[in-house]
Design a protein around this ligand. Structure first.
Ligand code: MN
Ligand code: MN
Length: 299
């Protein structure tokens, strides 16, 4: 089966950037430097960010990117998830790595990676999503850890990161089947046995998405909304990306108006309910008749 060249290429870029990010991130690194390096590397290699680089530390499982004035740094003994999205002409790749600075938590990373492998091995055309979830959960449980049950893998489409169908990280009754040619991100999240195994919504993680064009007052708000629609379409974007192109205080006011009027929405950070550390591993793949082709695997 033939796939768009852009889909293979965005996977290749995402893979290269992920491996560079793995080496780049250190205790004491500024979080904003990690985000901006990743996004710059994506562009240098010929892609565009499909969403802002996420840097999620410890109990934060997902959806944090630096605001424009972020002064936070990677703390000692932390578990750092770097989640990277690349697109070429809308064809997406979504991949993540966890870098562990606490040897006691290494097994969370190992379990996430092994569960990802097990999930990928279970995939072929017409397999049930629940069977993939079973393979993932079983691998994590056998290592004496817990999956995060309310975070899932997801189908992707052109300019769409979450295209409806999901791949659970636990055994479920979900009967939906993966079809040949469909693109999915598989992303197990692991935590400790004494954790809740679920995430809750936290404060905004400075990641936004276009929702609907509605009546707004401000001239700059209108200009920014137009830019968002043209440049990012249905893909998530960072307030940091907007802030760097306009005077800071006016851009801040405009984004607030766009949020208030529900022209855009903010993604909340997703935080482990008992504030226990979380690890993640993620690849993008295309379902084939006898298996799958992982677009973000090592080259
Ligand atoms: Mn991801
Ligand atoms: Mn994903």
């Amino acid at each position: 089966m033939e796939y768009p060249e852009e889909l293979i290429k965005s996977g290749e870029i995402a893979c290269k950037v992920r491996e560079r990010a793995r080496d780049y991130v250190k205790v004491g690194s500024k979080v904003i430097d990690v985000c901006e390096k990743v996004e710059t590397w994506i562009k240098e290699l010929g892609g565009l960010p499909a969403f802002p680089c996420n840097v999620d530390i410890n109990e934060i499982a997902a959806h944090y990117t630096s605001p424009w004035d972020d002064s936070s740094i990677i703390p000692p003994d932390s578990l750092v998830k770097i989640d990277i999205g690349v697109h070429i002409d809308g064809y997406p790749a979504d991949t993540a790595v966890t870098v562990c600075f606490n040897p006691e938590l290494n097994r969370l990373v190992e379990a996430a990676e092994m569960a990802l492998e097990a999930g990928i091995r279970s995939i072929k055309a017409d397999v049930k999503a629940s069977e993939v979830g079973y393979a993932i959960e079983n691998t994590i449980r056998l290592m004496g850890l817990k999956p995060i049950r309310n975070l899932t893998g997801h189908k992707m489409a052109r300019y769409v990161i979450h295209a409806g169908e999901i791949i659970p990280n636990v055994s479920t009754l979900d009967g939906h089947k993966l079809r040949e040619g469909e693109v999915y991100a598989v992303e197990p999240f692991t935590t400790l046995l004494d954790a809740s195994g679920e995430v809750r919504d936290g404060p905004s993680g400075y990641i936004f998405q276009f929702q609907k064009k509605r009546a707004i007052e401000g001239k700059l708000s209108k200009e920014i909304l137009k830019m968002i629609q043209t440049r990012y379409r249905t893909l998530p974007f960072a307030s940091r990306w907007i802030m760097r192109e306009f005077p800071k205080s006016e851009a801040k006011g405009a984004l607030e108006e766009l949020l208030r009027s529900k022209c855009i929405h903010a993604y909340p950070q997703l935080i482990e309910m008992k504030n226990r550390p979380v690890a993640q591993a993620e690849h993008t793949l295309i379902v084939t008749k006898d298996g799958c082709e992982v677009t973000t695997a090592k080259y």
